[in-house]
Ligand binder design. Structure first.
Ligand SMILES: [Zn+2]
Length: 309
């Protein structure tokens, strides 16, 4: 059933800072009960914009596109926000109840500068020159399509203070010892403004659960070093069933310093990495529909948990 009288505010186009800004503004004007906010700034000073849904106490955080060439997760998450807002505006009881009980914060583009770099929309200037220099030192990584890091060459999902030293040891041993298109942990945890902003937002909200969308693999990671908070395993199983994705264990080399890892470690709250779609990032827009459907299912399961946790 199509609920909204409008065409989707979330076009199937390569996603960068402009598309994200426009889409968030459109959604907030169509659905005035959605609130926009700025969680912080990127390395280049761009606003890290969020949309919030709900007037309740029980918080949840939903993020996408920590990694530049995984930008397809941003419109997928925004399509979920749009669907949720449309159901609420149409007066559907479950959406109204969710609105009353929860406060859901969506940060769809954690890495706006990087997404613009990958999509070729970043303006010429010193930051782009520097990114080209960094990329030239890693000729095996295609440029810009293989770029995952922020514009300064720090991997934003290796910046969180949960096993960061271990992540550093592993990534340095693999040769990622300085600014790079991917896998550089940074000089210290939370030095990258984007990761720091999300960390502060999370500390402020104390979410009952959190989600980070990535590509690719059609799997959901739900543990940190073999540990999962109470309730996380059943919730993960529900998300897997609702999305059609499988539950999996993170490979050891990627098992530290991610957002999910830190939320589990620091807040003891269920947190998940969802690896959307299949193929080589950036995934083609032809996968947006299927990814959006999987994200819709997983988010709905997560929201039902947050509303009652
Ligand atoms: Zn990723």
């Amino acid at each position: 059933m199509k609920i909204s009288k409008y065409p989707s505010a979330v076009p199937a186009v390569p996603w960068g800072s402009r598309e994200n800004f426009r889409c968030i503004c459109t959604l907030a004007s169509r659905y005035p009960f959605l609130r926009t906010a700025v969680a912080g700034r990127s390395a280049m000073g761009r606003a890290l914009m969020s949309l919030s849904f709900g007037a309740g106490e029980r918080a949840g955080i939903f993020t996408a596109a920590h990694h530049a060439n995984e930008w397809i997760t941003a419109p997928a998450l925004l399509r979920h926000v749009e669907a949720l807002a449309a159901r609420c505006a149409a007066g559907e009881a479950p959406a109204r109840s969710l609105y009353a009980r929860t406060r859901l914060v969506f940060l769809p583009l954690v890495n706006p500068d990087g997404a613009d770099l990958v999509n070729g929309t970043l303006a010429e200037g010193p930051q782009l020159d520097r990114a080209r220099e960094i990329a030239a030192a890693y000729p095996a990584v295609p440029f810009p399509s293989g770029w995952k890091a922020n514009i300064a060459g720090t991997d934003l999902n290796l910046q969180y203070p949960a096993g960061w030293e271990e992540a550093k040891r592993i990534k340095f041993a693999q040769g990622w010892t300085g600014p790079a298109p991917r896998d550089f942990v940074g000089p210290a945890p939370l030095r990258a403004r984007e990761s720091r902003a999300l960390c502060r937002l999370t500390e402020r909200l104390r979410p009952r659960a959190a989600l980070a969308l990535h590509t690719q693999g059609e799997v959901i990671y739900w543990q940190y070093r073999g540990y999962a908070p109470p309730g996380a395993q059943a919730l993960a199983a529900g998300m897997a069933a609702a999305s059609g994705y499988a539950l999996d264990t993170v490979p050891d080399e990627s098992a530290n310093a991610g957002y999910k890892d830190w939320v589990i470690d620091a807040l003891d709250a269920p947190a998940f990495t969802m690896e959307c779609g299949l193929g080589e990032s950036p995934l083609p827009l032809a996968q947006l529909e299927a990814i959006s459907a999987a994200v819709e299912g997983a988010c709905a399961a997560l929201e039902a948990y947050i509303a009652t946790a």
